[in-house]
Design a protein around this ligand. Sequence first.
Ligand code: SF4
Length: 362
Amino acid sequence: MDKKPSIFNLPLSGLEAWVATRREPLYRAKQVLQWLYQKRITRFREMSDLSERLRDELDREFLLEPLACVRKTGSGDTTQKFLFALRDQSFIESVLIPASPALYGSPSDRKTLCVSTQVGCAYGCKFCASGLEGWTRNLEPGEMVEQILRVEALSGEKINNIVFMGMGEPLANYQNLLQAIEIIRAPWGIGIGARHITISTSGLAPRIRELADQPLQIRLAVSLHGATDAVREKIMPINRKFNLAALMDACAYYGEKKHQRITFEYILIENVNDGLDQVMELAGLARRLEAKINLIPYNTVEGLSWKRPSQTRQQTFYRALRKSGVDATIRREKGHDIDAACGQLRLQTMQDKNFAGSNNLR
Ligand code: SF4
C-alpha cells in the first residue's frame, strides 16, 4: 500500500503550512483546494494554474486517487448503497438516501449520505452487521470526506445532508471526525453547514459532553434501542459502561449547551424491545429532553436471529408513543430491499467467495 497521506486529510491551515515549506505564497493552498472541492479534479497535473514544480511536489507527497467503488446497489425508490475498497483493501459503505420525512428534518430536496467512520466496529451491538467482524481501524478524515465526493460523482446527486451513522462509532474516532467535519463545513471545502450534519452515536456519554463543548451546531442522534437498562443491555453492550442515567445526563448537557432537540433512534426488534412496557419508559426519556423519536423497523441480518416486527406490532408501538404526547416518526424503510442497514453490504461481500473485485466500478 502507498504510504503517502491523502491530500483530502488536509484542512486549509495544513495545506498553507505545507505550501509555506515550499516557499510558495499562502494563496496557493486555496488554489489547490479549489481544484479539489470545486472543480473536483482527480490528478495533480490538472491543476493548471500551479507551476509544474509544485504539481510534481504535490504528486510526490500526497495521494489523490479516488476511492474505488467495488459494488453499488440501488433500490426502486432510489436509495443507493456504495461499497468502497480502501487503499489497504478494507471495505466501507456509504448509503445515499433521498428525501425522507422521518430522517432528520423536512423532506424538501434533502439528499442524505450516511458516512462510515471506522472499518468495522468494536461496540458489538447485537443486531448490527458492522459489529459482527469486530473493529479493524479508524478512518482518516480524508476517507470520510472522500465518501461524499465519490458518491456525488457516481450518483450525479448533490448531497446536502450528512449523517455519520454508517459503519463504526463516530465518537470513538473523535479527532479524525472533527477534522473531517471541518473540511465538510468549510466554504473552501465541501460547504455543508453544521446544521445539516448529524452525528449518530451508540452513547459514548463523555464524548457527547466533549462535543457539546465544541463551538459547533452539529446535530446529535442517539441510538437508544431500549428504554430501560435491562432491555438496552441485552442488545447494546455499551450500556454496561454508560448506562441510561449517564447517557441521559450527557444528552441533557448537549441539549442545554446547543439549544437543540436531540433525536433518539429506536430500532424495533420483535419481542426484544417492541413491547408496550417500553413505550411509557421511552416516552418518559423523550419528554425529559424534549427529544424526537425516530422508530426504525429492524432490517433482518443474515446470521442473526433478530426479527422485524409485523406491521401491526410496529403501528401499535408507534400509536401508543404518539398517544403519550411525544414527537415520534416511523421510518418508511427506503433501503430494506437492498440491505441498507449499516454493515450489511460489506458483510455480504466479504462472505461472497466469488467476489473478487470483478465488478469494480471505480
Ligand atoms: S450499531 Fe453502530 S455502534 Fe453498534 S455495532 Fe453497529 S456500527 Fe457499532
